[in-house]
Design a protein around this ligand. Sequence first.
Ligand code: GRF
Length: 220
Amino acid sequence: MARKRVAILISGRGSNMTALIEAAADPDFPAEIALVLSNRADAGGLARAAEAGIATAVIDHKAYGSRAEFDAAMDARLRADAIDLVCLAGFMRLLTDGFVEGWRDRMINIHPSLLPLFPGLHTHERAIEAGMRLHGCTVHFVRAQMDSGPIIGQAAVPIALDDTPDTLSKRVLTAEHQLYPLALALVASGLASVENERLVMQGDVPADLAGMLLSPHFGG
Ligand code: GRF
């Protein structure tokens, strides 16, 4: 089966992008990273993608008069590059309903919380303040409402009593880098799809692709 052509949308350092690029370097991975697109020319991830020999593009949102025009420019580039799937990886722009619908069930996002808990920003701080003992990350299909949509996979990490948002974010980020390639593989291979706004899996899903991780990365 042909590998799915994936575009990764970033706005910053791109550590999840790097995890996806590394996973897709394996010819058996069901997706290839065909494009890294950023709305910011200074996104650190752009140089890392270029180093890996991946096509990059900058579409600066400030050059457009409206969200709809910016999204239309991104959409045109994605379609010109024959992209099959879009991965949001620290892409810090709200997307219009039209763009989201145009990529329905073909666009996924990683969010640093166990959704539906803590959508939005400052998730680590909010999980600590709420007294949670578990936290984590979620990969989900993108819907018009921010940080919502059918969940593909989640990884849970413990919260230590002396965690700060910084120490906790590092633990979650390690889990993100494991979870995102796994979730992309599920979608790109066709094993995972959506029915009635819930995830469905086709056939026997190998245990290592089960879509849920309990993080072993807990030192104290
Ligand atoms: C990650 O925590 C991701 O979950 C969130 O934004 C952050 C991006 O980090 N959506 P990076 O650019 O992938 O390093």
